[in-house]
Design a protein. Structure first.
Ligand SMILES: C[S@@+](CC[C@H](N)C(=O)[O-])C[C@H]1O[C@@H](n2cnc3c(N)ncnc32)[C@H](O)[C@@H]1O
Length: 437
């Protein structure tokens, strides 16, 4: 592929596959020279991207998508008419991009064989998890999500690509379900979303798609239709040799880790969008499970003060870096928010000492009930955080498991460890809260 000559980026070499590596992100983009904030880091010609209109019949009438498809064919050659028709149809954008990626992977000339060879052969997103790998997630919900995701892609394979019955079967785009699963995870984990003149677009952009995620990224991206290029732009000064990162939360800033794992195959340490599944014990399901009702007695201001105090003292006892620990405290505090007293909560002052003591006692009962739920969640995990940490560090003690983890098991262990660390943050927060009463 041809990136603009002034592009100051290079792709890092493929990483050594070692589980001992310090939280490796894999390959990425690295700035070859310093780039000031606001300046472009990389420009990929628009005709080198696979761009589809999310809703060809919607806003913008699919005009940019149709033009992009025509431009692409002018450069890379005509697509089979059945595929061209399908790419312009109102089938969902995801399936259209999967079809296009499968086509260029099998039949594309020019840059596409090189691009195909750069794409990873396997992936850690949930649709690839086999039943024995799903168990490593230590979460019934995630296991169910993984099974559902896989079933939905396999059914898409049958209805669109399968040799016997699919809408596009005549094109022989996928040799089997594994091809469709691969292309689906590539689109899920690598595609960009943007809009031109109100027309929502989804794009696979070779080269730009090598940028890894960071929660405090140093780059943003945009499709510049006038310049005919997809740009990565520095959002702050980037030093020579620094990794160039973007946020994968661009289209869904509220994405929790379960969905990160579903789409991207990794979790964000200290993802503030995560929530612990505390129960108020007042719904039918909780009553059936015997979860005692939890009165909403916490004081929002006190909860915030407890969280701030813990954050100032270096986060909770959970592992990982300081920013992640603060993120977990925020996520824990938000998980506890529903247990705060409505209408300001107050509780201070004019009712006398007896009333204040009654209020404190009510809060302690709420804290105790929530700590009990934490203990129940902890008991539901088959391993401890320490075991997971040792597994990820590759220092598996005798009987703790194999020193080498497959990429998917590694992703599963990272995901369950992150949930345990969030739980530890919630426990620390509840204890700090109780200490303030
Ligand atoms: C768009 S690609 C980025 C380039 C990728 N590293 C590669 O070698 O092709 C997205 C994939 O990179 C990996 N990745 C990106 N950011 C990551 C992060 N912060 N932590 C762990 N893995 C990350 C995940 O496997 C993800 O599905």
């Amino acid at each position: 592929m041809r990136c603009r000559p002034w592009s100051p980026l290079q792709a890092t070499p493929p990483p050594a596959r070692s589980p001992l590596g310090p939280a490796p992100r894999g390959r990425g983009l690295v700035a070859r020279r310093a780039v000031p904030a606001g300046a472009p880091l990389l420009a990929v010609e628009a005709w080198n991207a696979l761009a589809v209109s999310d809703e060809p019949g919607g806003r913008g009438g699919g005009a940019y998508g149709a033009r992009a498809l025509a431009d692409w064919q002018a450069v890379h050659g005509s697509l089979p008419p059945l595929l061209e028709q399908y790419l312009l149809s109102d089938s969902n954008w995801f399936t259209r991009l999967v079809a296009w990626l499968l086509h260029v992977s099998r039949h594309g000339g020019g840059i596409w064989p090189l691009y195909r060879s750069l794409l990873p052969p396997g992936h850690e997103s949930l649709m690839h998890f086999l039943p024995e790998e799903r168990e490593e997630l230590q979460s019934r919900e995630l296991e169910a999500l993984a099974a559902k995701e896989r079933a939905s892609i396999l059914s898409l394979h049958e209805s669109i690509f399968s040799g016997s019955s699919g809408d596009l079967s005549a094109l022989a785009l996928a040799a089997g379900p594994e091809d469709t699963l691969w292309a689906a995870s590539m689109v899920n984990s690598r595609c960009f979303a943007d809009e031109v003149g109100g027309e929502a677009l989804s794009l696979v952009v070779p080269c730009a798609d090598l940028a890894n995620h960071d929660s405090s990224p140093n780059a943003g991206y945009r499709l510049d239709a006038d310049a005919g290029a997809f740009l990565l732009v520095a959002t702050r000064d980037v030093a020579a040799g620094e990794e160039v990162t973007i946020s994968y939360l661009g289209t869904n800033p509220t994405k929790p880790n379960d969905l990160m794992l579903k789409d991207h195959g990794f979790v964000i340490p200290g993802n503030t969008n995560d929530r612990l599944p505390f129960s108020a014990g007042d719904d039918v399901q909780s009553r059936a499970l015997g979860v005692p009702p939890v009165p909403r007695e916490l004081d929002a201001a006190l909860l915030l003060a407890a969280a701030k105090g813990l954050a100032a003292s270096g986060g909770s006892s959970s592992g990982g870096d300081a920013a992640a620990a603060v993120g977990r405290l925020q996520a824990a505090a938000r998980s506890l928010q529903p247990f705060c007293r409505r209408g300001g909560g107050g509780g201070g002052g004019d009712g006398g000492a007896a009333e204040a003591e009654a209020r404190a006692a009510a809060q302690r009962r709420t804290v105790d009930a929530l700590l009990q739920q934490c203990a129940a969640m902890r008991a539901g995990f088959a391993t401890t955080a320490e075991t997971d940490e040792a597994l990820l560090a590759g220092a598996a003690a005798a009987g703790a498991g194999p020193a080498e983890l497959s990429p998917r098991v590694r992703a599963a262990v990272a995901s369950r460890l992150e949930r345990k660390r969030l739980l530890a943050a919630a426990e620390a927060l509840l204890s700090a809260y109780a200490g303030k009463l």
